[in-house]
Design a protein around this ligand. Sequence first.
Ligand code: ATP
Length: 203
Amino acid sequence: MNRVAPRRIGMFGGAFDPPHLAHVALGRAAVEQLGLDMLRVFPTGQAWHKARTLTPAEQRLAMTRIAFADVPRAVVDGRELERSGPTYTVDTLRDLRAEYPDAQLVLVIGADQAEALAGWRDSAAIATLATIAIAERARPAQTPVPFDASQVPGGHWLPVALAPMPVSATAIRERATAGQGIAHLVPSGVAGYIDQHFLYQPT
Ligand code: ATP
């Protein structure tokens, strides 16, 4: 079969512990607005900047596959989960660059991560390897606040328009642990998986 190589590839990483409706909405918006031929979705290994112990890798991978199953052009990629040690975005971008030497790579992130990006390992290399695409993220106070664009390495980025969705995986875990419903915050298949596997139960 004659396959056409993807020209524009999005990279979207997250702990996805669990994946929620804002992750899916952001993925869809990125594919549509950035004209992506493929969106590679990477559940992270133990992210260097997250101190909390994450839900086991295979469960986060399974939930991420369920969550993104209906997002056109999304491909969930488990490679970061196989790495020993911390996860670095720059390593995954270098992998993608080697696999797709002619493609434009686009790193898709929420605004909270955009502000932190300058502190990521090899942030200058990240900005060289990929175009940065940033979606606004509702703050805890539920008022979207413009992030400081001057913080973005390389100074160049593309906006992804996303209706503010005040949802976070942290809040979902806290609700579940407190015995409160989360079905309105995650895709239905993810809610079923969380139930079946007794995730985020009160300790
Ligand atoms: P946690 O609360 O555990 O830190 P999270 O909800 O922030 O998790 P991550 O898996 O860390 O989710 O996020 C993956 C990516 O999705 C990041 O780039 C983050 O900015 C983005 N993102 C997560 N939630 C939202 C949201 N509500 N709106 C826009 N972007 C979001």
